[in-house]
Design a protein. Structure first.
Length: 650
């Protein structure tokens, strides 16, 4: 194996490792996976161009070599991880991890992530913050799916006689692949193999470039120390040595270590191209790419990738000692597994490898059966916190499930029902003289009944509709456009006296405010439309963003790390920085009868936004960034004040 490629692997795994270990510091470290993808593409291209693919046995031989390289240690680590999961994780974390453990065994972790992220109420299950111990295996699933496809790509490419034709073909794959990656939903594109193919194809480009233009690659801007003095200044300025070019490419890859977030549509293609360039020029003089330490880390990089995330998930705490422990255990486990297991089975022939893989598959299958059926794996919560844990477990169900509506709806279909409609209702007439329409997304379901209760039936008509991506003020996707259309139709149809917009704003709405801001223009257009039909508008102000899967994390800390619970409160400065552009847009909105009700201040204490009640130890937040009943009750004074203010106007 080329030493420079092993050093690139070493750099890649270090980037991924420090990203998972210090996610708020090394915010671009995930780009290390992109380096792995390019390397895999190059190595598969090199492998598949050595022999002609003409018979079924050629394909089988390729798959055997890939499975031999990947599967034995992969299945062993999953087996051990499932056991550690049962020892160190609480039972409420088992269900989701069991799903992902099974998906990992089938090498479809990325597909399960895509499935969960497509469901608003399940997307937290795919998050690292939800203590998903198998989520890092998404990239191995992408790679294995790529391995299934790649021999067919090269079966087609081998019909080209000229290397330049092959280069053009794989270049087209990369270009159009990146365009698709950039245009499609980012979460989907991140995990979908076909939208990652452009990065593997960048590795193809590295190989076919060297085959198509060997002399140019060998002489890439070589600048001799004895260059002619008569060379003009412009030529001297433009001539860059091969090693300078490699250092520039390594500098681009070092973006992974920057503490400032870089737009992935900029950083990802840059890192991909830089990796492909380094592989293509095959530097043998660069000290970084000749480092024995980096090369050795590259040797153990596969095992290190497999073991590092389970170790971090289980053992990480906020202390320096904990971080050092995770580093040490990861390195020790990687070195032991590499030398005592990985290197040994790689020397076996198929008569040893096939039975080994079968034994590991059967062992995992039995373990999956056992953890679901045997009482042996049951665990108990310490007696002193059993009641508190039980009370918090109620919050796994949404508040609108545990606190049912006081009144039955007299009309349940204000609009035709669909998967995008979370809930809709018209309540029995009240004793007042004003009509109210509450509209938004799932936060209508989350806060709606507590808000309505404070009106004490002082309304003539009260309706609500909760729509997926129903922001009411703007759109940022096809789904939110449909939701906005429904919102406008309902406002125009019922002409409520009071319009309550209760919505959690999307991530796109938090992006930097710009001159002639598109979101602000949308807000003003929609508010102008609403003002034609309503007398007053009340809007839920920006609220701090909690991590997905927070309740899982909170209960895990409550049981395992009670001394560190305070670390789960949100940093005020960071939370407000995240809300900054949302508040700016809302404050610049043109509206004479608009009012905001802010919930964030009720959770504020000094420099923290509280996420749980210190006295009762009840979480304010559930897994899907909604407020629990404990959190909503804390907001009741705000709802009461708003209701009284509205009633005083009518």
């Amino acid at each position: 194996m080329r030493k420079d490629i092993q050093c690139l692997r070493g750099i890649a795994i270090v980037c991924v490792f420090i990203y998972h270990l210090f996610p708020t510091l090394f915010v671009n470290g995930f780009l290390g996976v992109d380096v792995f993808f390019v390397i895999s593409g190059y190595l598969m291209a090199k492998n598949l161009t050595k022999t002609k693919l003409s018979k079924v046995s050629d394909f089988i031989s390729f798959y055997y070599r890939r499975f031999k390289r990947i599967l034995p240690v992969y299945y062993l680590v999953i087996l051990v991880t499932v056991i550690l999961l049962r020892i160190y994780y609480e039972d409420f974390l088992w269900g989701n991890n069991d799903r992902y453990g099974l998906a990992s065994l089938c090498l479809v972790t990325n597909q399960l992530i895509i499935h969960d992220q497509a469901d608003y109420f399940r997307e937290f299950q795919a998050e690292r913050s939800s203590l998903n111990i198998f989520v890092h295996l998404w990239s191995l699933s992408v790679e294995m799916q790529f391995y299934l496809l790649v021999p067919f790509i090269f079966f087609g490419l081998q019909h080209y006689k000229k290397e330049t034709c092959k280069l053009m073909t794989v270049s087209i794959i990369s270009i159009f692949g990146f365009v698709g990656f950039a245009l499609v939903n980012s979460a989907f594109a991140f995990n979908f193999m076909f939208l990652r193919l452009w990065q593997f194809s960048a590795g193809f480009i590295a190989l076919f470039w060297t085959k198509s233009f060997p002399s140019q690659v060998a002489k890439i801007s070589e600048k001799s120390e004895n260059s002619d003095v008569s060379e003009n200044k412009f030529q001297k300025f433009c001539s860059v040595s091969k090693e300078d070019s490699v250092m520039l490419a390594l500098t681009v890859i070092s973006l992974c270590a920057l503490p400032t977030k870089i737009d992935v549509l900029i950083s990802r293609p840059m890192v991909t191209a830089a990796t492909a360039f380094i592989i293509a020029v095959e530097s043998k003089d660069n000290q970084i790419l000749e480092s024995r330490t980096l090369s050795y880390i590259g040797d153990i990089s596969y095992v290190m990738y497999l073991v590092h995330w389970p170790i971090i998930s289980i053992f990480i705490e906020s202390t320096l000692k904990s971080h050092l422990f995770c580093i040490m255990i990861t390195l020790v486990a990687s070195i032991i597994l590499h030398h005592l297991f990985e290197k040994q089975y790689l020397q076996m022939n198929w008569k040893g490898v096939v039975p080994l893989v079968l034994v590991l598959i059967l062992g995992n299958a039995y373990l999956q059966y056992s953890i679901r059926n045997d009482k042996f794996w049951q665990m108990s919560v310490p007696d002193e916190i059993q009641d508190i844990v039980a009370q918090n477990k109620v919050f796994f169900n949404y508040i609108w499930k545990t606190e049912p509506q006081i009144d039955e709806c007299i009309e349940k279909e204000l609009v035709p029902p669909s998967n995008e409609i979370y809930g809709q209702c018209r309540f029995p007439p009240g004793k007042g003289n004003m009509s109210i329409l509450m509209i938004g997304n799932s936060y209508v379901m989350n806060l709606g009944e507590h808000i309505r209760a404070h009106f004490n039936y002082n309304y003539s008509d009260y309706r609500y509709i909760a729509i997926s991506e129903g922001y009411a003020l703007y759109t940022d996707s096809a789904l939110s456009s449909g939701a906005l259309e429904i919102t406008r139709q309902q406002v125009e149809k019922y002409k409520p006296d009071v319009l309550l917009i209760v919505a959690r704003f999307s991530a796109a709405f938090k992006t930097k405010y710009e001159e002639n801001d598109g979101y602000l223009q949308q807000i003003n257009e929609n508010i102008a439309f609403y003002e034609k039909f309503v007398k007053t508008v009340y809007i839920l102000d920006a609220h701090p963003m909690y991590p997905l899967g927070f309740l899982n994390l909170y209960l895990h800390y409550l049981i395992q790390k009670p001394d560190e619970l305070e670390h789960l409160n949100l940093n005020k400065k960071k939370a407000e920085k995240e809300m900054n552009f949302v508040k700016k847009r809302l404050n610049m909105m043109k509206c004479t009868e608009c009012h905001f009700f802010d919930l964030s201040h009720v959770f504020l204490e000094n420099d923290k936004y509280l996420t749980f009640d210190r006295d009762t130890q009840l979480s304010y937040v559930d897994n899907s960034i909604h407020l629990t009943s404990a959190g909503v009750k804390k907001c009741d004074p705000v709802f009461k004040k708003m209701a009284e203010e509205i009633m005083s106007k009518f």
